[in-house]
Design a protein around this ligand. Structure first.
Ligand code: ATP
Length: 514
């Protein structure tokens, strides 16, 4: 489907519900904002994405191991990580529309508009100069473009200063100086900018009070940092090595919309790679490349990804980039790759009083390793797969079908086995085949409705193969196997079904491309 299509997201939301991928949470009570439940097909797709990630990280790398740490952690963890003091969003309300915004997002949207003007100038010049056009030269010399770029740089600088010094009055002044108006009311009637911590807190045990306040983890990474030494020692790991984890994270997001793109309860797949200080930038480049390869192996579109290198780095990072995906809402962050120096381990050393170091036998000394992390949202990955997969097609006979072209290795159901009729022993033969396949493949049996309708149902949930059992099957043990994407059907010996499934739906081929 064409991207940047307003309707595409709406279609995906309703398709997801109708076909059991994603339901609004507690829907009978009208749902809970920014919280979703995965249905019978959604959970299979989600598990397959997890497997693809886990295998590529843990199983394919000798020097990466996995853990599964608790969601609750000692409250000091979040003091050390900086989340208690600094995991805040600057918020601003428009007094007329009563809408709340992240102040930095308002400014960034304004910057995006200026970038749009630059792109227009570039497109105009490219047309005028034709083949002779040198984009680099143009953007560095054209006075109008240079002016726009200076404007952007000065806005970014002011915003960064306001964030760094936590001077929220300056932030508001910046919004006023830029003449930013509310997209809903159109007015510039703003409240002051305030801070809002994104962590959910709760009480541990029965005594209320400060001492027993604990948090739902806002990221899985800290569970890895606090276990650095446990894993390093018990697995006898040597630098460089990694620890991977998949698990839930919770953030009290203010602007929680865009379906499963921004949720309050979501799942992360994170890997912290511990390296010798000084080696981190090499590893950072390697992990950027490796992670991009992992994405592209899925075939969701060569041009659907781009890197966004962070210019304004967090104080503890010495390099950071996002892998952005072309979602139905445009290019947005799907995964982050961050070179986090020794910030986290040192902070935990200081707060816990325990050494979190590595003894380097070559150098004959102890040091705190540096960390390169890769962090991807499982739900965002799910949305990327769905938005690439959703297709509405008009067929040769003029009829329409909705098909999910999900990469076969990730498809919830790998094969549907369909008896042509409900009698003459065909259902029994179909069940026999399912009984043989079900140990290795997710298989569905369906005998209801005409065969064409059954194919459509499987297309709509992305089943790569439909196998039809007919009267000839009883005579010569052959079946027809239909390919979801080409809709071509071939007659093969029944034993061939397993061979096709093994070849085309296993994760192995995907992992080989990594
Ligand atoms: P954003 O800028 O979009 O809020 P972030 O920079 O805060 O994201 P990180 O803290 O780097 O995100 O988290 C790593 C990954 O976790 C993100 O790349 C994203 O895929 C996922 N993620 C973060 N917040 C959410 C959320 N509210 N809902 C779903 N996924 C999320």
């Amino acid at each position: 489907m064409a991207k940047n299509d307003d309707n595409l997201l709406k279609k995906i939301v309703s398709h997801s519900k109708e076909y059991g991928f994603i339901f609004p949470s507690s829907e009978i009570y009208d749902g809970l904002a920014a919280t979703y439940d995965y249905g019978q097909n959604g959970v299979e797709l989600k598990n397959n994405i997890k497997q693809y990630w886990w295998k590529s990280m843990v199983q394919m790398n000798e020097n990466i191991v996995g853990i599964d740490s608790a969601i609750f952690m000692h409250p000091t963890t979040w003091k050390a990580s900086g989340h208690v003091d600094a995991f805040n969003d600057p918020l601003i309300d428009n007094k007329d529309s009563k809408k709340r915004y992240r102040a930095d997002v308002l400014v960034e949207d304004h910057i995006a508009k200026i970038e749009g003007k630059i792109n227009k100038e570039v497109a105009k010049a490219a047309k005028r100069f034709g083949d002779a056009f040198n984009k680099e030269e143009f953007v560095s010399t054209n006075p109008r473009v240079v002016g726009y770029k200076e404007k952007i740089a000065s806005i970014e600088k002011r915003m960064q200063e306001a964030i760094d010094t936590q001077n929220y009055d300056d932030f508001k002044t910046l919004i006023e100086d830029l003449d930013i108006s509310c997209p809903v009311s159109g007015s510039k009637n703003w409240t002051d900018v305030r801070q809002f911590n994104l962590m959910f807190s709760t009480e541990l045990g029965s005594v209320a009070g400060e001492a027993s306040t604990i948090y739902l983890r806002p990221e899985t990474a800290q569970g890895i940092f606090v276990n650095y030494l446990n894993v390093q020692k018990s697995a006898r790991m040597k630098l460089p090595f990694g620890i991977a984890q998949i698990g839930k994270a919770f953030r009290n997001e203010i602007i929680a919309r865009q379906f499963i793109f921004r949720m309050r309860e979501f799942e992360q797949m994170e890997m912290q790679f511990f390296v010798k200080p000084g080696d981190e930038l090499d590893w950072y480049e390697k992990w950027k490349e490796k992670r991009m390869k992992w994405h592209k192996a899925l075939g969701l579109g060569e041009n659907s990804y781009r890197f966004h290198n962070h210019l304004n780095l967090a104080h503890y990072a010495n390099a950071a980039a996002d892998i952005e995906y072309d979602f139905p809402m445009g290019f947005k962050e799907l995964e982050g790759i961050h070179s986090r120096t020794d910030f986290d381990l040192t902070a935990h050393e200081n707060h816990s009083g325990k050494k979190l170091q590595f003894f380097d036998p070559q150098e004959n000394k102890n040091y705190v390793p540096f960390v390169v992390e890769t962090s991807i949202g499982l739900d965002r990955m799910f949305l990327a797969v769905l938005s690439a997969a959703y297709n509405e097609e008009t067929l040769e006979d003029g009829s329409e079908r909705i098909v999910l072209n999900i990469p076969p290795a990730l498809a919830p159901t790998k094969v549907a086995v369909l008896p042509l009729t409900k009698k003459d022993g065909l259902p029994e033969k179909a069940r026999e085949l399912i009984d043989e396949l079900k140990f290795d493949f997710t298989a569905q049996y369906d005998e209801k409705d005409a065969i064409g309708k059954r194919y459509r149902r499987q297309d709509a949930i992305g089943t790569p193969y439909c196998v039809t059992i007919d009267h000839q099957t009883l005579e010569d043990n052959t079946v027809t196997i239909r390919d979801r994407d080409s809709m071509e059907q071939v007659r093969v010996a029944i034993g061939e079904v397993r061979v096709t499934l093994e070849k085309s739906t296993s994760l192995t081929e995907l992992l080989r491309k990594n």
